[in-house]
Write a new protein. Sequence first.
Length: 309
Amino acid sequence: MSVVFLFPGQGSQQTGMLHQLPDHPVIEATFHEASEVLKEDLEMLDSEKSLSSTVAVQLALLISGVAAARALQAEGASPDWVAGHSVGAFSAAVISNVLEFKDALQLVKLRATLMENAYPRGYGMGVVTGLHERRLVEMIEKEFTRAEPVYMANLNAPQQITVAGAIAGLERVFAAARLSGARMARLLNVSVPSHCPLLNRVSDELMAALERTALREPTVPYAANVNARTLNNAAVIRKDLALSVAKPVRWHDATTLLYERGARLFVEMSPGHVLTDLSAAAFPNARSISFSKSGLEDAKILILRERGS
């Protein structure tokens, strides 16, 4: 077991991301299925105007990730594990065969709508690099106020951590981080405060929707966001999908576990290369490639070679 499919989350979106995918019958079929379920034309879903909406961003990421992975699978290049960052976990759940794509589309639309309605303005996420978790937590606790709350969010790498909350509170944390030697401290292109207690109500409503959704046992192990474990049980994956919207994503821990279990090729689905960059830095003895950079054919060749096919 050596190949991991990675699915990016919000912040990786790009204008025209769906249009940049290669011509392939499976990709076209995935687009058609999404259009039928959502009852809308996907032509403008990835436009600059549309991507100002959390709903459009999360749906475009889901569709892009599933389409790219399905195309690889159709070419005989399949994963041994799947791991999705934040909303990317829904793409991972589809490719692990836990969740039907049509159900994932409805769930992600609900998830994004609830998130957008909960905090339509004045909140977001940011990233701090160059500081360890303990030091950053101290700053967050110092700058926290009820009116302008700030929380630690995702642990992407030992010294790359995202924070979530009120913009004003985030800016105070950034200023303190820079004074303490952070290499970077800035806002991300995310307009909601994900992966923190501010979204507990969203998590509860998402769990209720997931409990009404039929899930299958996975055929490909799924790496969890919340506890950084590989999961092989549909009920536990359902819980991870619901809880992760309001809890930190322990991305570095999850991918480290996969590496320790033998993962040697990390393939990031479209769009972008954020997760590829993280795995390349963390695991120099493994290979990390981005579908959007390498293209379908090169990604397929690398996967088949890794699997000895």
